[in-house]
Write a protein that binds this ligand. Structure first.
Ligand SMILES: Nc1nc2c(ncn2[C@@H]2O[C@H](COP(=O)(O)OP(=O)(O)O)[C@@H](O)[C@H]2O)c(=O)[nH]1
Ligand SMILES: [Mg+2]
Length: 224
């Protein structure tokens, strides 16, 4: 497979209490629609959208929990292979804010440390807020992640959430790739002697073609 045929695909999980706007966010970002009474289409696990990061196509797959969050019944399959996470709470729901730490731990247990963003949704309802500005900032700081305030309804900042995560993942992949390439520096065993007929029989050492198994390196990071 040639390098230009490679595709970067990111599985992003969106967690948080029921009613904070997770399904609406996925619909908004992937389909450009907002409906007040969104019902999950049975059989659809995720929606996707392709964006360009640093000149490369990145396919972002957004996984929906389909309401299982109320029963603590999110299956391991939901988290499996997730490379980034959105922790979501609502401006008008104190419990959803207080549940964020538990959600973070849950994701960490299932996925390890992955790029994560804290989202305060329904910012259009700021006059009904039950979470102060500082509280939200402090929570983000204590979790070590960025806070982005969104309104899925008014389409504010939704795209920034996923662009931010995709950029972080893309950078991590590039770093991992360059580390691997650096470790394949030519050693004497990587040189293959070749005979140059125009010299007087001198044996010249040339580097053999450098191995850049990009496909394999990226596979670990979600390249399909
Ligand atoms: N005002 C307002 N309502 C929102 C926003 N995002 C979602 N909602 C509404 O909140 C309710 C719950 O949304 P939903 O996406 O089903 O939440 P989920 O349970 O986290 O998937 C729905 O009635 C949405 O229309 C927003 O940004 N502003
Ligand atoms: Mg939902």
């Amino acid at each position: 497979m040639r390098e230009e045929e490679l595709e970067i695909a990111l599985k992003v999980v969106i967690v948080g209490n029921g009613g904070v706007g997770k399904s609406s966010m996925i619909q908004r970002y992937c389909k450009g629609i907002y409906t007040k009474d969104y019902k999950k289409t049975i059989g659809v696990d995720f929606l996707e959208r392709q964006i360009e990061i640093d000149g490369e196509d990145v396919r972002i797959m957004l996984w929906d929990t389909a309401g299982q969050e109320e029963f603590d019944a999110i299956t391991k399959a939901y988290y499996r292979g997730a490379q980034a996470c959105v922790l979501t709470f609502s401006t008008t729901d104190r419990c959803s804010f207080e549940a964020i730490k538990a959600w973070k731990i849950k994701v960490e247990n299932e996925c390890g440390e992955i790029p994560t963003v804290l989202v305060q949704n329904k910012i259009d309802l700021i006059d009904q807020t039950v979470v102060s500005f500082d509280e939200a900032e402090n929570l983000a700081r204590s979790l070590g992640c960025r806070l982005i305030r969104t309104s899925v309804k008014e389409d504010v900042n939704v795209a920034s959430v996923f662009r931010y995560l995709a950029t972080k993942c893309h950078q991590a992949m590039k770093q991992q790739y360059s580390t691997v390439v650096q470790t394949i520096q030519p050693t004497i065993s990587a040189y293959s002697p070749s005979f140059q007929s125009k010299t007087n029989g001198t044996i010249v050492l040339r580097p053999s073609k450098k191995s850049t198994k990009r496909k394999n390196v990226f596979k670990k990071c979600g390249i399909l």
